[in-house]
Design a protein around this ligand. Structure first.
Ligand SMILES: Cc1cc2nc3c(=O)[nH]c(=O)nc-3n(C[C@H](O)[C@H](O)[C@H](O)COP(=O)(O)O)c2cc1C
Length: 209
């Protein structure tokens, strides 16, 4: 059975456009496949801090040497998140644009899981390799404005390129996505039409996921 990690990146719950598209994708996928869905709601669930104790724990493990119990405990909490993340065969992400990038809780998740030896490796002469190969991701990006090539604002888009770079760095390069824009700039009518279009586009991607 496919294990899907569904990451909700918006705090807006039933009002979130990206969650509406991602949830419709998961629902449509579930109708066709036997799946187990682990939902990580980044603004409702708590994630551990990556603080000094976690960093101490991580570096003690990497470089060897004595480790304080407090540091080891902080690192173990990070490892739990990494295990949960790696346990998935496929990922569904709802990703709103915040200040041209991604919401800080989603960045926190990336900072927790992108770890050497866990999700990527480094070898002198070979460089970096992602370790999460053979996995797929569906991503819905929602934005208040428009960042198409002819909008004059494409260079401000540090949401999709950054997020896909981060996934690719971990080896998740088989990514299908839908961009939903504008959710604000065109007014409520345009927003609602674009949402329906995005849901339909996501539905078409279900078969190739
Ligand atoms: C904190 C915050 C920052 C935002 N920054 C941007 C931005 O830089 N560019 C943009 O086009 N929209 C921005 N927006 C609007 C959201 O991208 C837009 O409302 C999107 O549809 C949110 O997705 P959601 O409905 O799934 O939460 C921002 C919204 C919030 C709450």
């Amino acid at each position: 059975m496919n294990k899907i990690l569904y990451v909700k990146g918006s705090p807006m719950g039933e009002l979130s456009s990206s969650i509406a598209v991602a949830s419709s994708f998961v629902k449509a996928y579930r109708e066709k496949h036997a799946i187990e869905v682990d939902t990580l709601d980044l603004f409702a669930d708590s994630l551990p801090e990556f603080d000094r104790a976690a960093a101490n724990g991580k570096y003690a493990l990497l470089h060897g040497g004595a480790v304080q119990e407090e540091d080891a405990a902080a690192w173990r909490k990070v490892e739990q998140v990494i295990r949960r993340f790696k346990n998935a065969d496929k990922y569904v992400f709802s990703v709103p644009m915040w200040n041209f990038g991604i919401p800080y809780r989603l960045k926190q998740l990336l900072d927790l899981v992108i770890q050497p030896g866990s999700t990527f490796s480094y070898e002198p002469g070979k460089g970096y390799s992602g370790l999460l190969t053979g996995k797929k991701a569906f991503v819905i990006y929602s934005r208040g404005g428009e960042y198409t090539a002819d909008s004059g604002a494409a260079a401000y888009d540090m949401q999709k390129p950054y997020f896909e770079l981060a996934l690719g760095f971990m080896g998740i390069s088989d990514v299908v996505s839908v961009v939903l824009e504008p959710t604000l700039a065109g007014g409520p009518q345009v927003s609602s039409e674009k949402l329906q279009i995005a849901i339909a586009k996501a539905g078409k991607l279900v078969d190739e996921f």
